[in-house]
Ligand binder design. Structure first.
Ligand code: C2E
Ligand code: MG
Ligand code: MG
Length: 296
């Protein structure tokens, strides 16, 4: 029994690291036990309503208006505190739990969007991240449609799919994105520039926004080459009628450079961290007074 369990742990390691063969080591067992505990707590997290969404605004550089907001998942664990998605999304994906959790995220985002409108706030479009596991399910588009009904018009939602997912799941991505486009649901390519970038899909998919990854922004002020890369991405996007959202903008200097390069929208700590839903609501209300929100 021990031998089999060690073999299984080594196999999982091999899959995780991409190594073709891995020998079991005692320290794996500890992390594996930890993982099992994590897995079982995650299984209960949905029922216990421990997942929450935080919201981070996307701003139009030219006008300073809020043009969108991204819904970001967190796990409010009684034992671990507020856990960021990097710690658990992968486990959700490997166990298939992401299907239920992803559906919850979508319905929660729709619910909050509807609530803001109910409060008389000009609610911006809500961006929801989609896992490749969700995209791969045949009924994905139906799930999206049923989450939207009743109440939110499709333009109220924007789905974010990473570049690597697009490429890895090309046939599915093509079918799904065309169906979503027909429904009027906007699509963003997330983490652009970090996967095995393939430009060929850009002119074949109905993409509305391209999200330039934070890694290009980090050294924007120090590295002229990064500026050139970002400039190139912006020019290419605009030529294809795609708007850019630059992620991870933390400093004023970065914002100024992006403005100079003709970037459309920015998202980042410089402007606002992701905020818990009630805090974000107050934030929206304040903005609403100044007419600075652009509803979709
Ligand atoms: P992402 O979709 O690319 O989201 C952007 C990440 O950058 C978020 O991290 C956000 O908090 C962070 N960020 C934004 N501005 C700044 C900044 O100025 N500086 C720094 N250092 N970070 C910034 P977060 O919330 O930890 O999410 C990480 C990733 O987890 C997301 O990357 C997304 O891929 C995934 N994720 C989050 N929520 C969901 C979800 O509901 N479903 C799925 N499938 N994945 C999700
Ligand atoms: Mg995203
Ligand atoms: Mg991203």
């Amino acid at each position: 029994e021990a031998l089999l369990s060690h073999a299984e742990i080594a196999l999982r390691r091999a899959k995780e690291t991409g190594d073709t063969s891995v020998f079991h080591a005692p320290e794996f067992a500890a992390s594996s036990a930890e993982r099992l505990t994590l897995e079982s707590s995650l299984r209960q997290a949905l029922e216990k309503e421990e997942f929450v969404l935080h919201y981070q605004p996307k701003l139009e550089l030219l006008t300073g208006r809020i043009v969108g907001v991204e819904a970001l998942l967190r796990w409010q664990s009684p034992d671990l505190g507020l856990v960021p998605p990097a710690k658990f999304i992968r486990i959700l994906e490997e166990t298939g739990l992401i299907l239920e959790v992803g559906a919850w995220v979508l319905s929660r985002a729709v619910h909050d969007h509807r609530r803001w409108i109910g409060l008389g706030i000009a609610a911006p479009r809500v961006g929801v991240n989609v896992s490749p596991v969700q995209l791969h399910k045949r009924d994905f588009v139906d799930k999206v449609i049923s989450a939207l009904a009743p109440g939110v018009e499709p333009p109220g939602i924007d789905l974010e799919i990473t570049e690597s997912t697009m490429i890895a799941e090309w046939e599915t991505a093509l079918r799904v994105t065309e169906e979503l486009d027909r429904l009027g649901i906007a699509l963003s390519i997330d983490d652009f520039g970090t996967g095995y970038s393939s430009l060929s899909y850009l002119n074949r998919l109905p993409i509305h926004h391209l999200k330039i990854d934070k890694s290009f922004v980090d050294d924007l002020e120090q590295n002229p080459r990064s500026r050139e890369v970002v400039k190139g991405i912006i020019i290419l996007s605009h030529a294809l009628n795609i708007l850019t959202v630059t992620e991870g903008v933390e400093h004023e200097g970065q914002r100024d450079i992006l403005r100079g390069l003709g970037a459309d929208f920015i998202q980042g700590y410089f402007y606002s961290r992701p905020l818990p839903a009630p805090v974000f609501e107050t934030f929206l209300e304040e903005f609403n007074g100044s007419g600075q929100i652009q509803a979709p």
